[in-house]
Design a protein around this ligand. Structure first.
Ligand SMILES: [Ca+2]
Length: 361
């Protein structure tokens, strides 16, 4: 091959490579911008509810209730605000953009637990021994909040789903970024009850099918889809679950709380595993608890514990914050929803800040 031809071929290949790199970069940028726009439209999912608090009854009077569900006991809770929805993938994405050096526990560990029936073609099993993984889950390499099934799985089609694969510490880091913290179990349960005393579900004592995303049928092979959802659903799939206008407390994904968990079998023993209570059940749990070995019946009082570093496909969180009592005694409403709207864009050439507006309802 003549030398000048060889050189010209090399030059063409180089130009073509630069073109491909530019094309990939542009596509990535455009795609990122589109996702940014979609994320902005989901700001209402970061609204919160302010609750007056007071005395109420926790737990349930069912002798078969697991892990201190039985008997009912009195609890007192001070005023607080709590997210109306679990933290979504879109909200968590904004956090990781603001804190680019932040690495979740799943990132650091190189794996997380994924539902075995929902793996993608390139999900790679991560061989790990654990005594606390839920039935139906398996370790998957590189599974994390933005790769929910590991491999090349994506989040762009589920930005309004609850964020998962987050540890207790990841959840606390996100809430601290918001100036908040995780709710205690008492705050979580008070919120879920929606002012109804001693009930099993946020809406009352009678089971209602299309209020929450659980598993119906024999686990894990037969999902009868009576609630219309096989996997995780949007946090606003079913409408508010109670009169406090709270969404997605029960079902879909478990939620971390700040409360240390005690082992039912050895209640007096010190818990050297430092586990924290998770609440609410998930799309992999059932109403009557007979399809799985842990026997958990999904209801407000249901509870179990996980180590702070545990991360899984069906475990997320929402944030909470104590509210100062006004100095003068005033009558607080039982609850108030503070709804966030997307930031207003002023079409001026000057730089401007994005301001979130709140509406009092
Ligand atoms: Ca379901």
């Amino acid at each position: 091959m003549p030398r000048h031809y060889h050189q010209s071929l090399k030059k063409s290949i180089k130009t073509m490579n630069s073109f491909i790199i530019l094309l990939v970069y542009t596509l990535k940028l455009t795609c990122g911008q589109n996702v940014d726009q979609m994320v902005e439209k989901l700001r209402h999912l970061e609204s919160f509810v302010e609750l007056k608090g007071g005395e109420f009854r926790m737990g349930i009077n069912d002798r078969h209730g697991l892990n201190f569900e039985y008997p009912q006991k009195k609890a007192i809770v001070k005023p607080f605000r709590i997210f109306q929805y679990p933290v979504t993938i879109s909200a968590f994405r904004r956090y990781t953009q603001d804190k680019p050096r932040f690495r979740t526990t799943a990132d650091l560990n190189g794996f997380s637990y994924v539902f075995t029936k929902i793996l993608v073609d390139d999900s790679e099993i991560f061989d790990v021994e654990s005594d606390e993984v839920d039935e139906g889950l398996i370790g998957v390499a590189n599974a994390r909040w933005n790769r929910p099934e590991g491999g090349f799985s994506q989040i762009t089609n589920r930005l309004n789903h609850p964020v998962t694969h987050v540890s207790f510490d990841d959840a606390q880091a996100y809430c601290a970024w918001k100036g908040m913290r995780l709710p205690t179990e008492i705050e979580w349960e008070y919120t879920a009850r929606g002012g109804l005393d001693g009930v099993a579900y946020p809406w009352g004592d009678m089971w209602e099918l299309r209020r929450t995303n659980l598993w119906q049928g024999t686990f894990p092979d037969d999902n009868q889809l009576r609630d219309g959802q096989y996997g995780i659903a949007s946090v606003e799939e079913y409408g508010p679950q109670n009169d406090y206008e709270i969404y997605d407390m029960l079902g879909n994904v478990w939620e971390w709380t700040l409360t240390r968990f005690r082992n039912l079998s050895h209640p007096m023993e010190e818990d050297d595993q430092e586990r924290y209570t998770v609440k609410g059940g998930s799309f992999l749990d059932t109403r009557d608890g007979d399809a799985k070995s842990d026997g958990i019946q999904v209801r407000i009082s249901a509870r179990k514990g996980h180590r702070r570093s545990y991360t899984a496909y069906n475990l997320g969180f929402r944030c909470c914050q104590s509210m100062e009592l006004p100095e003068k005694p005033v009558t607080l409403p039982q609850y108030k929803v503070v709804r966030l709207r997307p930031p207003v864009h002023h079409h001026t050439p000057e730089k401007h800040e994005h301001i979130s507006h709140t509406d009092e309802l």
